[in-house]
Design a protein around this ligand. Structure first.
Ligand SMILES: [Zn+2]
Ligand SMILES: [Zn+2]
Length: 315
């Protein structure tokens, strides 16, 4: 099975997951092999094709609106797929609020399942070949491990260092100071703030942070779930509008224990990673300054958040 291999010098982790080479590839992102006729026509994630996937680990009803099952080609043992809806062509930006709430409840169910057994989780969405997706039907993935090396480990470590130095949470302090500065704030709702990070790796990177301090995503309350569904859709809608439905990633960073503050990261695939990024680990944000990106994203997030399901036409 898959396992981490750490670079001896830098500690940068790699997962060996060679069994994934056999997975279906509808986007052409994973391999250039000739697709079988079945791969081209049959969607494993559509209603009626449940027998083509492993059994459900969660679904909201017998006649499901959201369905979760183990990945047939897992990166690690605990790797599940959350199908956003039975609709093959509709993503979160096109689905109604009540469906997106069901989607978030499905994620919460799986996060609870794994964190209550002492594991940490990474929830992530890949849309399009450039973002790493191999199946077209909109879906999110969850991976559970005893712990995640890499960025999560670094954030956890630095959050503890920050806490010891300032006796406060890094993210609580960061959103307070960003709200005062205002220039990088994309939108602020009752329970969340969306902003473009000061040190964006990609232009138009966004971070969505809950105002209420909670390390674990699982601790969200009912008011936050509703607001989260709405602002998540609005943030993704801004990318669709600005970049004509780009390939994109978003992910939920969450930890079981303090000092941590769950949050969501977003990246639109409007550029390719080059030699400086891969060779030096230095990111080049060359399409817009964080302040300019926030200014451009704001009207779309505001419009979708405030008009929601009432929006009929694209700008
Ligand atoms: Zn489908
Ligand atoms: Zn906090």
């Amino acid at each position: 099975m898959s396992q981490f291999i750490f670079d001896e010098l830098t500690g940068i982790p790699t997962i060996l997951a060679s069994k994934r080479a056999k997975r279906t590839d509808q986007t052409g992102a994973v391999s250039s092999k000739e697709k079988s006729p079945e791969e081209k026509t049959v969607c494993f994630f559509c209603k009626g094709n449940e027998h083509l996937t492993p059994p459900a680990t969660y679904q909201d009803a017998d006649d499901w609106n959201v369905r979760v099952f183990k990945n047939k080609f897992p990166i690690v043992d605990d790797h599940e797929i959350i199908v956003h809806s039975p609709e093959h062509d509709k993503d979160l930006t096109e689905l109604p609020q009540d469906q997106n709430v069901r989607y978030i409840r499905a994620i919460l169910n799986r996060v609870h399942y794994y964190t209550s057994s002492g594991m940490e989780v990474m929830v992530f969405n890949n849309r399009g070949g450039k973002a790493g997706a191999s199946i077209l039907h909109p879906h999110t993935q969850i991976i559970a491990l005893a712990g995640f090396p890499g960025i999560l480990e670094l954030e956890k470590h630095e959050a503890l260092r920050y806490y010891n130095e300032h006796h406060s949470c890094y993210w609580c302090d960061m959103i307070k100071s960003e709200a005062v500065i205002g220039e990088r704030v994309v939108y602020e709702s009752k329970h969340f703030i969306v902003l473009v990070p000061k040190a964006s790796r990609w232009s138009y990177e966004m971070i969505l942070v809950p105002k209420s301090h909670k390390p674990n995503f699982e601790f969200v309350d009912e008011m936050e779930i509703n607001d989260f569904a709405r602002i998540l859709k609005a943030a993704l809608y801004a990318y669709d509008q600005l970049f004509n439905r780009p390939d994109r990633n978003f992910w939920i960073h969450t930890q079981r224990y303090d000092p941590y503050h769950w949050h969501v990261g977003f990246i639109p695939h409007i550029k390719v990673v080059g030699g400086l990024e891969l060779g030096a680990g230095v990111w080049v944000s060359d399409r817009a300054s964080p302040e300019d990106a926030a200014l451009q994203l704001e009207p779309y997030v505001k419009r979708m958040y405030e008009e929601g399901d009432g929006i009929k036409t694209l700008a």
